[in-house]
Design a protein around this ligand. Sequence first.
Ligand code: PEP
Ligand code: MN
Length: 340
Amino acid sequence: MIVVMAAHATELQIQDVEKRIQDWGYGVHPIYGSERTVIGAVGVPEADKARYMESLESLPYVEQVIAILRPYKFASRDYRAENTDIDVKGVLIGGNQIAMMAGPCTVETYEQTWESAKACKEAGATILRGGAYKPSTSPYSFHGLGVEGLKILKDIGDKLDMRVITEVMDLRNVELVCEYADILQIGTRNMQNYDLLREVGKVKTPVMLKRGMSSKIEEWLQAAEYILLGGNPNVMLCERGIRTFETITRNTLDLSAVPAVKELTHLPVIVDPSQGTGKRSLVMALTKAAVAVGADGLIIEVHPHPEQAIKDGAQSLTCENFTQLMRELKPVAEAIGRSL
Ligand code: PEP
Ligand code: MN
């Protein structure tokens, strides 16, 4: 349940409510706002809830007690009405400026990653993407350079002053990937890997949680809840397309999920039009559409020579394509009062 303190509640009254909640055996998760304090209480059996809610509501310095009906609490707008901004070492995600993440699908070589990163940076991207550990449907395809790939990303990120986002697939590698990356990506295939979600909940490195390709929005938000509950508040969501009957596109990019999710949660929402369409020719249009429906950021695959790419060449933009995309995206962002 969520306890909304009265606007005039004093520090002592807030402490009193926290103590009562603790004495009943709840975990206490307060948000101290400048106007008002909100206290999240977790962990009491359903049966005792009504009694405790009434008791708190009878206090004159409590404005309201809200039962949590949704199966996620910390991810919910009921818990936090304002949008959450995530500060990735000086690059803000969720603010007015749209966060542009770009780079190769996969780190193949130093030169390939450098060429892509440099062009993306020059065009205005602030975050470098690239896979060092690649999930793959086929056991026969390339699975990434591993630590060598992480080192390449970090070195190039440092040189170009770009933050780095890369996927972590294995809970045993979380600490290692945190040493090299500024944002941990949880891929679509791992959205329901609950042990991995718990593990990234233990660190403070921001996490971008991709939507499972067959997951409902509610399941996606419940997955985010695992990370938040673990104690990591820096979670952003990423719509990357879902499985439907359609086969012309690789996935069906569910752009309706962007405003829908933003109604339900305070977390920033990123869109991946590369995995979302599987086709270079569609990436530009879907990027503009994503911005128009309120995405807080984009993650886009860019390869200096897509025809030579080990993975996802067909959906990768060339460096020139990305420069053009940034140019054409600017007025779209400005039209809705945001910047690039
Ligand atoms: C990727 O970003 O290259 C990737 C593998 O993403 P997803 O998990 O969405 O398939
Ligand atoms: Mn890819």
